[in-house]
Write a protein that binds this ligand. Sequence first.
Ligand SMILES: [Zn+2]
Length: 234
Amino acid sequence: MEWIQSERGGRKLLLGGYMYVKQKDLADGYEGFECELRRNTRQCRAKIKVMGDNQFRDRTEHNHPPNHGRSNATKVKAATKRRATESNERPQQVLMATLCEVTEEGRAALPSLNNMRRNIRRQRQENPNALPIPMTVEDLEIPVDQRLTLGGELFLYHDSGRNDPRRILVFTTERNLQLLSTSESWFADGTFKVVPTIFFQLWTIHATYEGHVVPLVYCLMLNKDQASYYMQGY
Ligand SMILES: [Zn+2]
């Protein structure tokens, strides 16, 4: 289950090759989503209800097959638009970062690279107030509305602060911590490839969930000193 920003600023839900748009808040605390083909000629009546990022319940069957390529392409286009408007990277750099998520089916549903580059330039012109990229860790202040998942849950769980020489940002959710607490095996590892240049490593804790190994906690760290692994107050 994945969330993406829709064209008009709302949220779309991707699940199993289907895309859903928000219908309404339900009385039981769930949010109701309907298949995006509801208003299409297909008039698909499939619905799903969701709470947070991880709990969902299917309510009605779709009247059409899933389209994994279109789902993937929509996700990649949303990520490209986001990166285009939130960074100053050259269009080629934006595409290199976002196209690594594309599947073979998704590739066929995406516009040509030239068109995607043109879209990036256009989206930038439409969004001149994009946040600048911080050049140092002290410059990095994550806006309050960007500390949440698209599902609205707190995601930036801990930030040791701009003045901390060992600054650590911990990203996870309440639900992920619950899963971690019930999992018998944890796997922790540092990666250096995907890390913004002002940080040293992304340290990730994975655990097993329903037979899969899933990432549950992400820590952006400035170093790999032992002291950084002991967090004050935890
Ligand atoms: Zn449907």
